[in-house]
Write a protein that binds this ligand. Structure first.
Ligand code: XUL
Length: 508
């Protein structure tokens, strides 16, 4: 019998910091502890709403990076307070919301008090300028995996360098949220890995190194301000002495952090091509592993590096859980009420449609928020609940076709994946079998499994991705299967939904 080992995975998302502690004994992995710190509730002094600072401009979305550090401290304190032996803790890794940028000065303090995050859409001009300088959208997409997007870090850095050149001049390091928090954990400057770095419009996907032309086109002197990019399995240090003395943590290895989506790829067990996962979180995302990058040239899809060293295709929808909650709250319902509404209305909703653009949308590209209804009475609570869920599923199915995956099986994760009635709509719209994961927070689980995988390699006893995802990164429980009559209805309705989207966007 080998002695037990444990691995900590952290996930700093838009609204919370969560942790999963995975225990490995005799080759079997189980979850020993889970914990979450919700920013608005646990750190009210920062005044965030859903983790974001209030703004009069719907295009602006920023968060205070100091809040993320405070949450990390609360989390490590909670880990220590479990009172159990932490000496088995071998390695820690993490995931974070992608694209957000943290600006540090030479003394390690913030040169900008706020961090623009993935919900920010205020960089339209910067996107156009970078695209033009690099020879067009198709060139940038082929090289970096995505055309230039407002929330991607490159245009965000450009905006900061132009609107506050003095503070930009003071900046010596621009971190992503992932590398910023990893730096806190190791007590020194942490690198990035290709998964999160591919959300910046600055990395060459083929070489997994910075693309000099993009770096130059983005902001003056940016090259020296960017972290290094290292392979995704790199041990970047150990838990800093500060945390060890404070909370009695061991000198566990710290593995380079990644973005929440690449991390979820591991946490949902998608280590082979041909399957997809749908994450129903603050953002809804659909993603899958790709052996070779197939880029969505003109569209809204992205190709990121995958933690396995392969690639992943992903499409992101901004109006995810906040849109579902808006509809739920508008009609004074709870989640049981949402389920009841879905059960009391038929698939296809008698043709009643909603475009749920409560906030500016990423996919499709919608800058002016606005909810559109067709044949849908705003006073009809049940029909509106069905309409928002059907809209999200149809948009996801329509806009992920570029990934070229014949979707037969979906691994569902994220907060709303606990709801069978929502997952039934997913199964019917995609005509696919839907199963949820054993561990709800797949980004967090992925971080713990990445820590295990890299620690094993660093200890000279490498494990395969299959080994580390076998016990926990797999679906569990009953599958929701598509119902043939509903599948037929959605086959037709998806076309009508696409046409409604087109008309509404054209009317702008
Ligand atoms: C990915 C994206 C979001 C954030 C959410 O491109 O913008 O999924 O990573 O945390």
């Amino acid at each position: 019998m080998s002695s037990p080992q444990s691995y900590l995975g952290l996930d700093s998302s838009t609204q919370s910091l969560s942790a999963v502690l995975v225990r490995v004994a005799d080759g079997c992995a189980s979850v020993a502890w889970e914990h979450a710190i919700v920013f608005d509730d646990a750190l009210p002094k920062y005044g965030t709403r859903h983790g974001v600072l209030p703004s009069d401009d719907p295009a602006v979305a920023v968060s205070p990076p100091a809040m993320w550090v405070d949450a990390l401290e609360q989390m490590l304190s909670a880990l220590a307070a479990r009172g159990q032996d932490l000496s088995t803790l071998c390695a820690i890794s993490g995931a974070a919301q992608q694209h957000g940028s943290v600006y540090l000065a030479a003394d390690g303090g913030f040169s900008r008090a706020v961090a623009p995050i993935w919900m920010d859409t205020s960089t339209r001009d910067e996107c156009a300028e970078i695209t033009a300088a690099l020879g067009g959208a198709a060139v940038v997409a082929a090289r970096t995996g995505s055309r230039v997007f407002e929330r991607f870090t490159g245009p965000q850095i450009r905006k900061f360098s132009e609107t506050d050149p003095h503070a930009y001049a003071e900046t010596t390091r621009v971190h992503l949220v992932s590398s910023f928090l990893a730096s806190q954990l190791i007590g020194s400057d942490a690198p990035l890995e290709p998964g999160d770095a591919s959300g910046m419009n600055l990395m060459d996907l083929a070489t997994r190194a910075w693309w000099p032309d993009a770096v130059e086109a983005t902001a003056p002197g940016l090259a020296t301000r960017l972290p290094l990019i290292v392979p995704a399995d790199t041990v970047i240090g150990t838990v800093a002495p500060h945390w060890r003395t404070r909370f009695g943590l061991p000198a566990a290895r710290v593995v380079v952090w990644t973005g929440d989506n690449p991390s979820s790829l591991i946490g949902t067990g998608l280590i082979e091509e041909g399957r997809v996962a749908v994450s129903l979180g603050t953002s809804d995302t659909i993603f899958g592993l790709m052996r070779e990058p197939r880029v969505d040239n003109g569209g809204t899809g992205h190709v990121f590096g995958a933690p396995t060293g392969d690639f992943m295709g992903i499409t992101v929808f901004k109006n995810g859980s906040l849109a579902r909650e808006r509809v739920r709250d508008e009609y004074g319902l709870d989640w049981a009420g949402v389920s009841a509404a879905l059960r009391s209305t038929p698939p296809g909703n008698h043709g009643r449609l909603m475009l749920p653009w409560f906030d500016p949308e990423i996919t499709p590209d919608v800058r002016e928020p606005g909810v559109h209804r067709r044949e849908l009475d705003p006073a009809d609570a049940s029909a509106n609940v069905r309409a928002v869920v059907e809209a999200q599923m149809m948009a996801m199915a329509n806009h992920s076709a570029w990934m070229g995956v014949d979707v037969r099986d979906i691994h569902a994760t994220g907060g709303a994946a606990v709801n069978d009635d929502i997952l039934q709509v997913m199964a019917d719209v995609f005509n696919a079998r839907v199963r949820r994961l054993q561990v709800g927070n797949s980004a967090c689980l992925g971080a713990a499994l990445r820590a295990w995988h890299a620690d094993a390699a660093a200890s000279g006893e490498p494990l395969s991705w299959h080994d580390v995802t076998r016990d926990l990164g797999q679906p569990a429980g009953r599958a929701l299967t598509p119902r043939p009559e509903a599948v037929e209805i959605y086959r037709a309705l998806r076309g009508r939904y696409a046409e409604f989207e087109k008309t509404a966007r054209g009317a702008r």
